[in-house]
Design a protein around this ligand. Structure first.
Ligand code: SF4
Length: 344
């Protein structure tokens, strides 16, 4: 089968002890059955340690320690399982993360997720046009899907990626184009009723937060919306890399999610996810800039936090995609205004 990824996929290396927000802290980590069996059979002191720190069951998982640390993450923030048993002994989730995969018949697509600070850095700082790499790998199982829809969405995504990378058009206009095409193609009609950007931020605050800092961050941005909008030009001029970072966020979300429409026929909400993700990041970055300036590293950290909160919490992502129809049906004109006010 064909394995297709963004070209930057191969550049990812975990930065391990240099990582500020280690993925072995704060997440429940499930262990696949084959690896759980392997861990059960390890002998000696380390085997005992494995068996004492794993909940074995239908779905086995590590028993998190203080501050929700993985019990095998040592004081130097290195993994003791790798040190003791080698990298090949990691469970599927640990060896894949932050790589993600999706199967479409004879095609497997993959990428690196923005929830990890190193992959967020790679994704946001791309300056070359987005390209993909294809290799041949042994066949793997795939769920049934609508091949006609696959071909349609594949072409739609190609079209969207090329619109997004047309630097002759302002980014806000490119994003509007994606929304217009998606609304027309999905056959949705929306009323002229207007909503505001505060409605979107409030909607996000109805979702379960992962970090206790997330809702206050959204609230702080909401309080500064008028100033952010008024100073948009200064913000973009002072930080010329911002527009490229935002485009790369849109590319990331479209690449990763649009084709999933083959499983449920819904591509509009996934386009809205990409566009709204750009807007939220832009506003959170501008909010930080107003307080005490912003650096590329700050943008990367905020984008990574956004991804953890919205994308990497299954329930939140589902709620977001469900809510996207409401946002679109009620607030498409508002979304256009928001793009004018905050992206340009
Ligand atoms: S978040 Fe990324 S860079 Fe940090 S430890 Fe996890 S995989 Fe490595």
């Amino acid at each position: 089968m064909i394995f297709r990824t963004p070209s930057y996929y191969k550049d990812f290396r975990c930065i391990a002890d240099k990582c500020q927000d280690n993925c072995c802290i704060g997440w429940e980590i499930d262990i696949d059955n084959d690896t759980a069996e392997k861990y059960r059979s390890v002998s000696g002191d380390f085997g005992q340690r494995l068996q004492n720190n794993i909940n074995f069951g239908d779905t086995s998982s590590f028993i998190l320690g203080k501050n929700e640390r993985c019990p095998f993450l040592n004081n130097c923030n290195l993994c003791d399982i790798i040190t003791e048993l080698g990298e090949d002994s990691l469970c599927q989730i640990c060896s894949d993360h932050p790589r993600y995969y999706e199967w479409f018949g004879s095609v497997k697509e993959g990428g690196i997720g923005m929830c990890c600070e190193e992959s967020a850095r790679i994704i946001l700082t791309q300056t070359c046009p987005f390209t993909v790499m294809e290799t041949h790998i042994p066949d793997e199982d795939s769920e049934p899907f609508d091949t006609e829809m696959y071909n349609y969405l594949y072409d739609l995504r190609e079209n969207f990626l090329s619109i997004l990378q047309n630097e002759e058009i302002p980014l806000g206009e490119r994003l509007k184009k994606l929304l217009e095409i998606s609304v027309a193609e999905q056959g949705i009609t929306y009323s002229a009723e207007t909503g505001t950007f505060a409605d979107i931020l409030q909607f996000l605050r109805t979702l379960e937060p992962i970090s206790e800092l997330w809702h206050p961050t959204l609230l702080a941005a909401e309080e500064k919306l008028a100033e952010i909008s008024a100073r948009k030009a200064d913000f973009l001029q002072e930080n010329p890399y911002i527009s490229g970072f935002l485009r790369n966020i849109a590319v990331y979300f479209l690449w990763r999610y649009l084709l999933k429409g083959v499983f449920d026929g819904d591509f509009l909400s996934r386009t809205v996810l990409a566009v709204v993700s750009v807007i939220i990041n832009a506003v959170l970055w501008a909010s930080k800039w107003l307080d005490n300036g912003i650096s590329p590293e700050d943008c990367i950290e905020i984008a990574k936090n956004y991804s953890k909160e919205i994308e990497y919490n299954e329930e939140n992502l589902e709620a977001f995609l469900d809510g996207a129809y409401d946002l679109t049906a009620l607030s498409m004109p508002a979304l256009f205004d928001i793009l004018d006010n905050f992206i340009g």
